[in-house]
Ligand binder design. Structure first.
Ligand code: THU
Length: 153
């Protein structure tokens, strides 16, 4: 079984990017970040063309904080209507920071589980700035489901 397939659709239209950016901005307004005051919104497109959203949710026990990207992916998993594992084709991260926010290390690992290596992650901000990476650029040689399926014992 292979995690990657030739049907992976990693190129999405400008219109879809704009919709994702808007959805990520709306998610940002829902962020629960009373401790850091660093609010983050995310929106991702599933391969069955649904937009899912997430925001960061902090906790008084700080280490239990969950990032916007991982909450967003969880939302996609919950909403998935097929028996197959849900997959995504793009994700946008929205913050109101002058310096664009890239996904943290933990989120890069979780993104690598569900997104094709050539799919894109875009950071945007309130100044309409943007930066885009492929998933593979963010986490080269990732440990993915394929790493487990290829085990020899
Ligand atoms: N955070 C995210 O939600 N996504 C990122 O990619 C970076 C960090 C959150 C976690 C925490 O609530 C706040 O930003 C400050 O680290």
């Amino acid at each position: 079984m292979s995690f990657e397939s030739s049907s992976d659709n990693v190129n999405i239209s400008v219109e879809q990017w704009l919709k994702l950016a808007k959805a990520a901005e709306i998610s940002f307004t829902k962020a629960y970040a009373p401790y850091s005051d660093f609010r983050v919104g995310a929106a991702a497109l599933t391969t069955d063309n649904k937009i899912v959203q997430g925001c960061n949710v902090e906790n008084a026990s700080y280490g239990l904080t969950v990032c916007a990207e991982r909450n967003c992916i969880t939302q996609g998993v919950i909403n998935n209507e097929t028996d197959d594992t849900v997959k995504f084709s793009a994700i946008v991260i929205y913050t109101e920071q002058e310096k664009l926010t890239p996904p943290c290390g933990a989120c890069r690992q979780v993104i690598s589980e569900f997104f094709p290596p050539q799919s894109h992650v875009m950071a945007v901000n309130h100044l309409n700035e943007q930066k885009t990476w492929t998933v593979e650029q963010l986490l080269p040689d990732a440990f993915t489901p394929d790493s487990l399926f290829n085990k020899t014992n």
